[in-house]
Design a protein around this ligand. Structure first.
Ligand SMILES: Nc1ncnc2c1ncn2[C@@H]1O[C@H](COP(=O)(O)OP(=O)(O)OP(=O)(O)O)[C@@H](O)[C@H]1O
Length: 264
């Protein structure tokens, strides 16, 4: 579904990404992890065509990203960006309906309204439909933005969901609900590419993890292969304990406390 072939990206003389390659299949949730500044958002922007690659190629559904028209692209991939840039006082219902723009020319159909309503219900924000978006709390705004993104690709046969740090500002329950929703889409045959800072969430929800370090792939594979004491030390400069998740077949990361303080 998504094929990233040997891409590099540079600003002025600084290489932000260097020879990055990976694939994500339909039905798969791929997490991108790495320290601040490792190149995660840059990589996501190259995959969504917000930036264009200097070398290498990104393919969606076996077709080069450069060969898609804007409309075609909007019908196959939806993006939840890291920064919330809404400044106008849109109603929540209007904002979610914007996710349907690629589906209608001038006026939304009953079906578009239905999808927007269903997506808002899905993220538990339907009761906020007539509120002004900018008056919502950070976590509420994030859930509405997710509804907009889901509405965009709700009824396309297959697509890709790109989420840049989607759990920012969400409480524990909603962090898991956010990733459960992404997983639900992958079970419908979609592919989800999600930047996560929380390695435990990545371990619990990802089928595959790409771990970046200074613009290069440090490790790639299943959570058990990527989340190791050694990779975490190398990438995050952090000593950790790994324990088995009590329910799932994945590791959980606990930072060793003594490296931060002399409390113990
Ligand atoms: N337009 C730009 N001009 C100069 N440097 C940039 C530009 N965009 C990104 N960078 C730098 O490239 C590096 C990678 O940035 P990027 O946003 O991809 O990192 P990230 O892994 O997503 O970080 P974070 O976890 O902090 O969000 C950073 O050091 C950043 O400062």
């Amino acid at each position: 579904m998504l094929e990233v072939r040997n891409i590099s990206y540079q600003i002025r003389n600084r290489k932000l990404l260097d020879g990055v390659s990976f694939q994500a299949k339909a039905g798969e949730l791929l997490a991108i992890v790495g320290a601040n500044g490792a190149g995660k958002s840059t990589l996501l922007k190259l995959c969504t065509r917000e930036l264009t690659t200097l070398s290498g190629e990104v393919r969606l559904d076996k077709k080069s990203l450069t060969a898609y028209s804007d409309k075609e692209l909007a019908l196959v991939r939806a993006v939840l960006p890291q920064q919330n840039s809404v400044v106008f006082p849109f109603l929540v219902s209007e904002l979610v309906l914007m996710g349907r723009y690629p589906h209608f020319d001038f006026h939304p159909s009953d079906h578009d309204y239905y999808v927007a309503e269903t997506a808002l219900k899905k993220v538990g924000m339907w009761e906020f439909a007539s509120r002004v978006f900018t008056t919502l709390s950070g976590g509420e705004q994030q859930r509405v933005q997710l509804a907009r993104v889901l509405a965009q690709i709700w009824d396309v046969p297959k697509g890709i969901l790109f989420l840049d740090e989607p759990t920012t500002g969400l409480d524990l329950l909603h962090q898991h609900q956010m990733l459960e929703l992404a997983r639900e889409f992958t079970q419908k045959g979609f592919c989800a590419v999600v930047i996560l800072h929380d390695l435990n969430l990545a371990a619990q929800y990802a089928d595959q993890i790409v771990m970046l370090r200074s613009g290069r792939i440090e490790a790639i594979g299943r959570p058990q292969e990527v989340i190791t004491v050694e990779t975490i030390k190398h990438v995050f400069n952090l000593n950790v304990w790994l324990v088995e998740h009590p329910e799932l077949d994945c590791p959980m990361v606990i930072p060793q406390q003594h490296q931060f303080s002399n409390r113990h």
